[in-house]
Design a protein around this ligand. Sequence first.
Ligand code: HEM
Length: 308
Amino acid sequence: MYDRARAKGYKFCGLYALASPIGLIVDLDLAKHVMTKDFSHFVDRANFVNGKDDPLGAHLFSIGGKKWRNLRIKVTPTFTSGKLKAMFKTLTDCGVILEKYFQETLTNGDAVDIKDVFARFTTDIIGSCAFGIECNSFKEPDSPFRLYGQKFFTVTRLRSLQFAIAANFPALGRLVKVRAVAKDITEFFVKVVEDTVAYREKNNVRRNDVLQLLIDIKNNKEGRENGYKGDGKSLTMDELTAQCFVFFIAGFETSSTTATFVLYELATHQDIQDKVREEIHTVLAKHDNKITSDSLSELTSMRQVIDE
Ligand code: HEM
């Protein structure tokens, strides 16, 4: 559809998802306007939310309006460059486990499901960086984090249909209690987050991570003094857990899919693979063979491949 509209020189075109009209932007300048200058008109994603029956579904990616804006402002500091640098050691520690896994597996000559390997890798990273939890996705082949993460992204036809109907007719969706996150996934995740929050609060443990930011929003002065208003300025435990869930889900699947595509493209473009390989060797030699945030920032070709 995009290719057809572009070939005809349209700046945008329209389609329907059941009864809902959707505008598909084709022109890059127009897309830039929507994301920047005119963003205030386009903040909501129009996702189906059913916080009552499906508490984990009411997260940043789905909620809209003032609540999204207030919460988004409070959570954005997670991604300052200082905070990202502070997470670097965790990242490289997970890299060592990945390297060991490859050394053990590849010497046996077995084929590896690279998407699954990267999903384990990114699950461990997001667990550690965002929540200070060891997911152990390599050590335990049946790690519940991996199993439930995988289950969330296994979309059945029935689930797609339920969701399409709910997105078009939200009142009906809520009436028949459609949920984005299955009950067993919800129960597992709620328990993990509850236990971790309780541990930190009881033992006065503070960490420099997403969970800490969310705990601080839950316990902040605003909520205590003005009472809970449901406007994203303070959080209930359910809302806090939903944000943890979206960080977990959005954090592992996107990155592992990207890494899988990158490896595929490099495998099918030997010349580019050679260039990236050469660059890695040159840059690492300059940095005492250490992967640091500075050495990574010098991998220009690598970044271009990932961006592409
Ligand atoms: C290659 C990696 C990634 C890709 C391609 C990606 C892509 C996206 C896209 C397309 C959106 C929707 C943006 C929009 O509608 O304006 C989004 C939103 C989001 N992503 Fe990612 N993402 C990636 C990695 C991550 C990671 C690592 C995390 C968490 C640590 C994350 C957390 C989120 C969250 C929380 C949202 C919702 C933000 C909001 O609405 O305020 N993503 N991502």
